[in-house]
Design a protein around this ligand. Structure first.
Ligand SMILES: Nc1ncnc2c1ncn2[C@@H]1O[C@H](COP(=O)(O)OP(=O)(O)OP(=O)(O)O)[C@@H](O)[C@H]1O
Ligand SMILES: [Mg+2]
Length: 227
């Protein structure tokens, strides 16, 4: 099957008092295996809403989300979280690591939660830290890591259980250019090796252009970006 994630006729809106705020209007998007999609758009255009819906963190008012061909709306909550856990790696803009735990533990615990046994999880966690050149920071808690280092850990944590798709909401939002280039290159590199699809929101066009396809989110709809 080549479609990993499909959003169909998604409508998202909120009420502020009696005022209806339309965020996503009848939006559809399909992401096939290994493809890398960027979403750009101004602040408040609905990028995070779109990504939260795609990752099953938020439900749309109207519309369907298919993950690996399964209609998420038709699933019970427990099935939905299993589908999410197995197939989606999520990277936030910042502070997504568990602050009480070391870089190693952040990955190790994620693997345990994904039902891997302890010795495999330990080995794999170090292996992943090695990929992003963070093995010598394994025992550092996030507060003792730089922003770029935290994001490198967040990336390998997101891919630790080999999800089909990584969804990243401005993963380099708080980094300087050098770190943000490194983080994105690592993300692309790891995704390519594993044939992972990527859905990434960014305000940085240079980063967006590193993906296969760029969409602009404007007035609740997606438009293909062409130069
Ligand atoms: N729970 C909510 N209730 C009301 N309005 C909301 C709610 N969540 C989001 N919105 C509105 O939806 C719009 C889109 O928000 P969203 O966070 O998706 O934008 P964004 O494109 O990610 O912005 P940014 O680039 O600043 O992160 C905003 O105008 C926001 O005010
Ligand atoms: Mg946002």
């Amino acid at each position: 099957m080549s479609e990993i994630l499909t959003l169909k006729n998604i409508n998202q809106y909120f009420y502020q008092g009696s005022n209806k705020v339309d965020v996503l209007k009848d939006l559809s998007l399909s992401i096939s295996k290994s493809s890398k999609i960027a979403i750009i758009g101004s602040s408040g255009s609905g990028k995070s809403s779109l990504l939260n819906i795609a990752s099953l963190l938020q439900s749309p008012r109207v519309g369907d989300i298919f993950i690996m061909g399964k209609n998420a709306a038709k699933l019970k909550d427990i099935e939905k979280s299993l589908l999410r856990k197995k197939n989606i790696g999520y990277i936030h803009q910042q502070n997504s690591l568990l602050m009480e735990f070391s870089a190693f533990e952040n990955i190790y615990l994620t693997l345990l939660l994904n039902d891997f046994n302890s010795s495999y999880a330990k080995e794999r966690a170090y292996e992943l830290l090695e990929i992003v050149d963070m093995k010598d920071r394994a025992m550092h808690k996030p507060s003792a890591l730089s922003g770029g280092e935290q994001q490198r850990v967040a990336i390998v944590r997101a891919i630790s259980n080999s999800p089909e798709i990584i969804i990243a909401d401005e993963p380099t939002g708080n980094l300087d250019k050098k770190n943000s280039d490194n983080v994105i290159d690592e993300l692309l590199n790891i995704s390519s090796i594993n044939n992972t699809s990527l859905l990434l929101a960014t305000h940085d066009l240079t980063i967006a252009k590193k993906m296969d396809k760029v969409y602009i989110l404007n007035d609740g709809s997606l438009f293909e970006y062409e130069e």
